[in-house]
Design a protein. Structure first.
Length: 228
């Protein structure tokens, strides 16, 4: 067996391992992962690359294998609004696959990025052949709609501290249970939080300081602990 073959096998194993974190494939047998992997192309981009531009046609879905992206919109004066920050195991670009409409947001790599890119025809064929994943996919889309409703309500009804807490809960992927419930969130920058709640960096900094002093959060080097 050549070194090149070894590298390919390790890469495919890494892709399948990372895809298993996605709600479409979590807990499923390995053949589901092998099939979707065989239909995609492994691609890389350097940090700051524009992966998707709002308004362009969509012909593929992207599964993040490593790295991070931010999903954004821009206001009339060029102000950036961050809709989401996605990491390994997450996917993006799926909406245009379903409704044949232009991309609804921009996606930019905030680190070096590796993705499995699956074309529209291949992805739809995959869903048609795997009913279990098909049902999970539409459950995922329903969850996205519920999350959008939750965010809109939070932005409209809460003060800055409430909006920050609301946003951090939405970003959380890990729940730790001890004497009291703690939600751990990978730490965003103040600029990212400000863009996500429609505020300024200065206002966010003051709010985080207040929330820390009052015991609602604890800020560590790489994460924020939220005590809901």
């Amino acid at each position: 067996m050549t070194n090149e073959t070894n590298k390919e096998e390790k890469k495919e194993s890494l892709i399948r391992e990372t895809l298993s974190k996605n709600p479409l494939f979590s807990g499923l047998e390995d053949f589901y992962l092998k099939d979707i992997t065989s239909r995609g192309e492994f691609r890389t981009w350097p940090e700051a690359s524009q992966i998707i531009i709002e308004g362009e046609s969509g012909d593929a879905v992207f599964f993040i294998i490593s790295g991070k992206v931010k999903v954004t919109l821009y206001g009339e004066e060029g102000r950036e609004i961050v809709l989401a920050i996605l990491t390994e195991g997450d996917m993006f670009g799926e909406m245009s696959i379903i409704d044949d409409k232009p991309r609804s947001a921009n996606v930019e790599a905030t680190t070096d990025l590796e993705c499995l890119v699956v074309g529209k025809t291949a992805f739809l064929d995959y869903l048609s052949r795997h009913h279990k994943v098909y049902m999970r996919f539409f459950a995922y889309l329903t969850g996205r709609l519920r999350e959008a409703t939750r965010k809109i309500g939070g932005l409209a009804l809460l003060d800055v501290c409430g909006r920050i807490a609301h946003t951090l809960i939405g970003m959380s992927k890990t729940a730790l249970t001890g004497e009291e419930k703690v939600i751990a969130i990978e730490r965003p920058t103040h600029e990212q939080l400000a863009a996500m709640i429609g505020s300024s960096r200065e206002v966010v900094s003051r709010a985080l300081k207040k929330m820390t002093q009052e015991g609602y959060i604890k800020i560590e080097k790489d994460r924020i602990l939220l005590y809901p």
